[in-house]
Ligand binder design. Structure first.
Ligand code: PEP
Length: 250
C-alpha cells in the first residue's frame, strides 16, 4: 500500500524560537493522526538543528526545503546534502515552483539535486505543476509530463522508489484557490500513468501528494481520491492546529 504523507513546507517563515514552538505543537498533536499517516515538517535551514532535537524519537519526520547542486566547495550561501542529512533530516523538497520561478531552477539543475540527495540517503519530495496560463491553454498534462520525464526518467527504479512526488498547480499555491478533487485526481492519475511508462508497477507504490491551498476544510475530499496520497501544505502548516486538522482527514 502507498504511504499516506502530510508534509508542511514552512517556507521563509518563523524565527528559530517560533519554529521550535511550532514543531513542539505539531509533535504534541501528532497522536491525533492515524498511525499510517507520515507527518513531515520542512522548516528553514537555520531551524533544522533545533527542530531536529524536537522531533527526534517522535513520529514527525524532518525535511529541508532545498539543497545545493554540488557536493561541497566554493558555493557561497549554499547548503550541501550531507549538511542536511547530518542534522537528521530524511527528506528534501526539490523543484518547488517558487524555486523554479524566482531562483531559475531548471530541470537540468533538478536532476543534479535529486541525484545528490538520493546518493546522500535523502528522499526528495519532488514538486511539479502547471502555471495558470498553462492550465487555461489546456497544457497542464503536457507540462507535468515533461517535468516528470525531464527529471524522474533520469533515475533508476531503485532511486525512483525513494521519491515522493508533489503535484502543485502554481495557480493554487498561496492563492486560496484549490484544484477541485476532480481536477486533482485526474492529473494525479495521469502522473502515475506517465511514471508507469518508465517504471512499470513501481508507479503504484509512489506517493503523489497534492499541494495548493490545502486546508482542513478541503483535505477530506482531496484525500478521498484514489491517486491522492496526501498533501504538501504551505500556509496551513504554520499553525499546528490546521496542519494536524489536515492530517486527520484521512
Ligand atoms: C506550497 O507552497 O507547497 C503550498 C502548497 O502552499 P499553500 O498551501 O500555501 O498553497
Amino acid at each position: 500500500m502507498r504511504k499516506h504523507i502530510v508534509a508542511g513546507n514552512w517556507k521563509m517563515n518563523t524565527t528559530v524560537a517560533e519554529g521550535v514552538e511550532l514543531a513542539k505543537a505539531v509533535v504534541a498533536a501528532s497522536a491525533e493522526v492515524p498511525a499510517d499517516v507520515k507527518l513531515i515538517i520542512a522548516p528553514p535551514f537555520t531551524h533544522l538543528y533545533p527542530v531536529a532535537e524536537v522531533v527526534k524519537g517522535t513520529r514527525v519526520g524532518l525535511s529541508a526545503q532545498n539543497c545545493a547542486d554540488h557536493v561541497k566547495g566554493a558555493y557561497t550561501g549554499e547548503v550541501a546534502v550531507n549538511m542536511i542529512s547530518g542534522l537528521g533530516a530524511e527528506y528534501v523538497i526539490l523543484g518547488h515552483s517558487e524555486r523554479r520561478e524566482y531562483y531559475g531552477e531548471t530541470d537540468a539543475t533538478l536532476v543534479e539535486k535529486v541525484k545528490l540527495a538520493l546518493a546522500e540517503g535523502l528522499s526528495p519530495i519532488f514538486c511539479i505543476g502547471e502555471k495558470k496560463e498553462e492550465r487555461e491553454a489546456g497544457r497542464h498534462f503536457e507540462v507535468v509530463t515533461e517535468q516528470v520525464k525531464n527529471v524522474l526518467f533520469e533515475l533508476s527504479a531503485e532511486e525512483m522508489a525513494k521519491i515522493v512526488v508533489a503535484y502543485e498547480p502554481v495557480w493554487a499555491i498561496g492563492t486560496g484557490l484549490t484544484a477541485t478533487a476532480e481536477q486533482a485526481q485526474e492529473i494525479h492519475a495521469e502522473i502515475r500513468k506517465v511514471l508507469a511508462e518508465k517504471f512499470g508497477e513501481l508507479a503504484e507504490e509512489i506517493s503523489i501528494l497534492y499541494g495548493g491551498s490545502c486546508k482542513p476544510s478541503n483535505a477530506k475530499e482531496l484525500f478521498a481520491c484514489p491517486d491522492i496520497d496526501g498533501g504538501l501544505i504551505g500556509g496551513a502548516a504554520l499553525k499546528a492546529e490546521d496542519f494536524i486538522g489536515i492530517a486527520v482527514s484521512f
